[in-house]
Design a binder for this molecule. Structure first.
Ligand code: SAM
Length: 245
């Protein structure tokens, strides 16, 4: 706008620097008819929580994860293996006959302490009706090997239910290696779990993504807000793999 008035770009840059981003934004929004952002206390470089909102309530990604497990609880049945603890097996399982757990770290007291990428000889072939991997695939350092193991231990006709964080802060208590887009997961899993019936879905929108990045809890947003689906903002990606019979 100012360039149209016959002033050079160097002067505009100096002017913007002099008045600062707040005034520049206001002027641009007024002149160009853009929506004016009102940041309030969201104009911050530190989140409200460094614990994904745990101390404020329930982390936002759990809204989508719990809906996912609720919707597919008929698959969480029979012999179930879950990473870390059997929390979700207990919460969402139906007619569970065996609830096993595994983890690379012994603190969670899992049934099997092992590196999942090298669990042959520990976890038998086709032993489980269901394998639950909530927010875990990005943590497997040897991802390809781990995916092959998950497919090996689930019985024909059984299911792997997994989720992976997208627009979420990194989990700093355990290393995370792989953050793929939903299309990236589709591509990778179609070849890792060849022949399986795969359903990969993204969940979230820009508000859910900002809330999650800022460490807000799902109780601080409405269901209507969280339910808006915008595939450009995958807060959480959910994965169902049905192994062919
Ligand atoms: C972020 S937690 C996910 C589970 C958690 N209950 C949840 O709902 O978010 C990931 C877990 O995977 C475990 N893990 C990471 N790499 C592993 C590996 N190679 N083999 C077995 N467990 C592994 C970590 O120790 C951690 O307990």
């Amino acid at each position: 706008m100012m360039a149209d008035a016959g002033v050079g770009p160097g002067l505009i840059a100096r002017l913007k620097r002099a008045v600062g981003p707040r005034v520049t934004t206001k002027v641009r929004c007024l002149v160009r008819g853009y929506g004016l952002p009102r940041w309030g206390n969201l104009r911050r470089t530190r989140p409200f929580s460094t614990q994904y909102g745990f101390e404020r309530g329930t982390p936002i990604d759990r809204y989508y994860l719990h809906q996912f497990f609720e919707l597919h609880r008929h698959l969480i049945t029979g012999r179930v293996l879950e990473v870390q603890t059997s929390a979700y097996t207990k919460l969402f399982g139906r007619d569970v006959t065996q609830a096993d757990t595994f983890d690379i770290v012994p603190e969670f007291d899992p049934t099997y302490v092992c590196d999942f990428a090298h669990c042959e000889g520990i976890l038998p072939d086709e032993a489980y009706d269901c394998v639950l991997l909530p927010n875990t695939l990005p943590c497997f350092r040897e991802l390809d090997r781990s995916l092959a193991q998950a497919f090996r231990i689930v019985r024909p006709g059984g299911a792997i239910l997994a989720s992976t964080g997208g627009l979420l802060p990194l989990t700093r208590d355990v290393p995370e290696y792989w953050r793929l887009t939903p299309d990236g997961w589709r591509e990778l899993l179609a070849s890792a779990w060849r022949g399986a019936e795969l359903t990969v879905a993204e969940h979230g929108n820009c508000l859910a993504a900002v809330g999650a990045q800022m460490g807000l809890a799902l109780e601080e947003l409405t269901d209507a807000e969280l339910d808006v689906h915008d595939p450009r903002y995958p807060v959480l990606t959910t994965i169902i793999c049905r192994k062919p019979c």
